[in-house]
Design a binder for this molecule. Structure first.
Ligand code: DON
Length: 569
């Protein structure tokens, strides 16, 4: 085994890849990548995945290891107390599936549970504290992936995470920012404060976060699989802890939790085949709609400012559809085929005027955010050609900021992704309606968009955190890929975003130059330059023709993309 580090800077990545291509092309087999690659949001998680590949694991085993390691070292982003979507591609037969480990509303949840007596949304009730937590899906997903797709037992693939939880990891500047953002809430919960704070304050850089209870919970999953988390002592402690803090979980909620295997959403764009998350994520549907709209507008013929304008207009229309039609397909009939059809896109695109913005208020419809680096994404390619794109979350930084005593499990606040009341925006400014109303056992609508893109030339694996902005970041990445660029470009591109409501174009400072700002403003847009950059994209590209594999981690984060040579089995 040889593993090399290609931390994402354009130059270093480029230099390494030159080396990779020279060496690995010789051994490349036409149908298989010459190397494996992992891009994740934390070096220790990438390392955990590489360790498991070196131990004979495939991409799916590595995905278990990386997910679990992220649960330990990126506690503000994802974890056993949360959920996510794992998009899998099995090389042997081309089988593709989305493992839906999204949280579910507790059985005691009600449609109006976050409203006061006057029917108004109680601020923060769906974001802070145990009542904000859905029933977690990550442990069930790891068990499922290991059981049906992996080669190694959980006892092996969870080992790196157990070690990291026991031995601890070191606080960096990003951890400190996230802890500062949620400090008052973390201080409020003794379970969370004990683990994530240092003497009740944001830990110093270099402080070691040790999580013995989490190590025990991971060990229980390693030993008993699903039952190690959803039944027995861990389940009892979770329910007791949640109820003591005003939550409504029951043992039945946990015992009943199962992942769902769902067919991913497919789309075509300029000769590319896009495979992405299906409902209860809105990602694949919105991506397909936006790409279809662009294709119907022959947007390549347009000048740069008009192209940006029609990208924004397609975002607006896709997010409007999201707010009306998208929800958990086990509860509502989501018209995926219609929403992703060329005919629907053509109809939506017809109302786009090339010289002016369409006010969102004029579209038929019913009637915030952090730096986009909580929640996490990783991409994996193994040397057999198996692939994983996974986006995992506990929602807001440090989720609900509650750790049930004795579990080490930080609860999610994913209930905020439901529409607490029609038309009232959630923490990401998203509005929703009936399709995404709360119901017992229902999964909240998500924007998480783990994605594969395939062409005759190669295969891409990408995704990012970023709340409502996830889908438009992936869109910009796909457009950049279609233009012939590589992962280092997709992950570092300056970003812009429109989500129907509020009717503004949010953008990073570098996204628009003065000419573009003038041209968009003249069309009637309200532009909102964000204070900070957003997103944390992790991406891989395997160029089948040249035999090169590229991996890149968003320069906005602290992630790590590596390429490693492992023997085929
Ligand atoms: O599932 C969703 O769409 C959200 N819970 C994701 C949250 C997220 O990406 C936070 N990052 N800024």
């Amino acid at each position: 085994m040889m593993a090399e580090r290609s931390r994402m800077t354009r130059l270093r990545c480029g230099a390494f890849l030159l080396f990779a291509s020279c060496v690995f092309q010789v051994v490349a087999d036409a149908g298989r990548p010459p190397v494996a690659a992992i891009a994740s949001a934390h070096p220790l998680a990438t390392q955990a995945g590489m360790e498991i590949l070196a131990d004979g694991g495939n991409a799916f085993d590595a995905a278990v290891a990386v997910s679990a390691a992220l649960a330990v070292v990126e506690p503000y982003s994802s974890g056993l107390g949360g959920g996510g979507f794992w998009l899998l591609h099995r090389a042997r037969d081309g089988f593709e599936v989305m493992v839906d480990g999204r949280e579910k509303a507790p059985l005691a949840a009600t449609r109006d549970m976050y409203l006061d007596a006057d029917g108004e949304v109680v601020p923060d009730l769906s974001v802070d504290g145990a009542l904000a937590a859905g029933i977690p899906g990550e442990a069930a997903a790891l068990d499922h992936i290991a059981r049906y797709y992996g080669r190694l037992p959980l006892a092996k693939s969870l080992q790196p995470a157990i070690r990291l939880a026991r031995e601890g990891f070191v606080v960096d500047a990003h951890y400190r920012r996230m802890a500062q953002f949620r400090l008052a809430l973390l201080q409020n919960d003794p379970g969370a404060a004990d683990i994530f704070l240092q003497h009740d304050e944001v830990p110093d850089e270099g402080y070691r976060v040790v999580q013995p209870d989490l190590a025990k919970t991971l060990s229980a999953i390693a030993r008993f699989g699903h039952a190690g988390f959803y039944r027995g002592p861990v389940a009892r402690k979770l329910v007791e802890g949640v109820r003591a803090e005003g939550g409504i979980w029951t043992l039945q909620d946990l015992a009943q939790y199962r992942v769902v295997e769902r067919a991913p959403v497919q789309a075509e764009f300029e000769g590319l085949r896009i495979t992405s998350a299906s409902p209860p994520s809105s990602g694949g549907v919105a991506l397909a709609a936006m790409l279809n709209m662009l294709a119907s507008l022959e947007w390549h013929e347009l000048d740069a400012a008009t192209r940006t304008h029609v990208v924004i207009e397609s975002m607006r229309r896709a997010y409007r559809d999201r707010s009306v039609f998208l929800g958990d397909p086990d509860f509502v009939d989501v018209p995926v085929e219609w929403l992703t059809s060329a005919a629907h896109a053509r109809r939506l695109a017809q109302s786009i005027q090339l010289d002016r913005a369409t006010p969102s208020s004029s579209l038929p419809g019913r009637e915030s955010a952090t730096g986009g680096r909580d929640t996490t994404h990783f991409s994996i390619l193994d040397s057999a050609g198996n692939r994983v794109a996974a986006t995992l979350s506990i929602n807001y930084p440090f989720g609900a900021c509650v750790v049930p005593p004795g579990t080490g499990v930080l609860l999610n606040d994913e209930m905020d992704d439901f529409s607490a009341k029609p038309g009232v925006p959630n923490v990401y400014g998203l509005v929703g309606a009936e399709a995404n109303a709360i119901a017992p056992g229902k999964r909240p609508l998500s924007s998480m968009s783990p994605t594969f893109v395939e062409s005759g030339q190669g295969v891409a694996i990408l995704g990012t955190p970023g709340g409502s902005r996830i889908i438009t970041m992936v869109l910009l990445g796909i457009i950049d890929l279609a233009a012939g660029n590589k992962p280092d470009s997709w992950v570092s591109l300056p970003r812009f975003h429109h989500q129907y409501l509020p009717d503004v174009v949010q953008h990073e400072a570098a996204a628009f130059d003065a000419d573009m700002i003038r041209s968009l403003t003249a069309r009637g847009y309200t532009l909102k330059q964000l204070d900070s950059e957003y997103g944390n994209m992790q991406a891989i590209y395997w160029d089948r023709k040249s035999g090169q594999v590229y991996a890149a981690s968003d320069p906005r984060g602290v992630g790590d993309a590596r390429i490693g040579l492992f023997r085929h089995r």
